[in-house]
Unconditional design. Structure first.
Length: 162
């Protein structure tokens, strides 16, 4: 007697239903993982940008000779040799200018909404100290609230070349 090989219609429907149920259960988890990945990437971009700008400002302050001028949104440092260094905020970009043209310290994926400087030097100018506040946020164009990240940072540094 010959046996027929293949699937019956009932078996085929049963397999389709099982696969559909598994995909239906897994798809929301996959979308959640992808969404979490974008959120994490956005947050990492904003935090690393804030840290990079902060550390760069600290390096420039440390190696300066003195504070040339300081306003709420701009800091000009007198260097031991070479032109003065100016750090300021223009159109959402923190700029560093050493006399050869300003370069932006933050990438196009972020915008700096606040940069303020304060002079905390001693009255006798033996210690020259600068405090700064910095706020960085993401510039994602999706418009979705969960992808918007912002970080505020406060730090200070002392000029070491007195």
């Amino acid at each position: 007697m010959k046996t027929k090989k293949g699937f019956t219609l009932i078996e085929l429907l049963l397999y389709v239903v099982i696969v559909s149920m598994m995909l239906g259960a897994l798809l929301p988890f996959m979308f959640e993982i992808m969404s979490g990945s974008v959120q994490s990437s956005t947050e990492q971009d904003v935090v690393s940008t804030a840290r990079l700008i902060s550390e760069r400002i600290k390096v420039e302050i440390r190696k300066a000779k003195s504070i040339q001028s300081l306003t709420a949104g701009s800091l000009t440092l007198q260097n031991i040799s070479g032109p003065d260094t100016t750090i300021d905020l223009l159109n959402g970009n923190v700029r560093l200018d050493r006399g050869t043209g300003a370069v932006s310290l933050n990438p196009p994926s972020t915008v700096v909404t606040d940069l303020t400087f304060a002079n905390y030097s001693s009255a006798d100018l033996k210690t020259k100290h600068v405090k700064f506040n910095l706020t960085v946020r993401s510039l994602l164009t999706t418009g979705r609230q969960e992808y918007q990240r912002q970080v505020a940072l406060e730090s200070s540094e002392e000029i070491r070349n007195n």
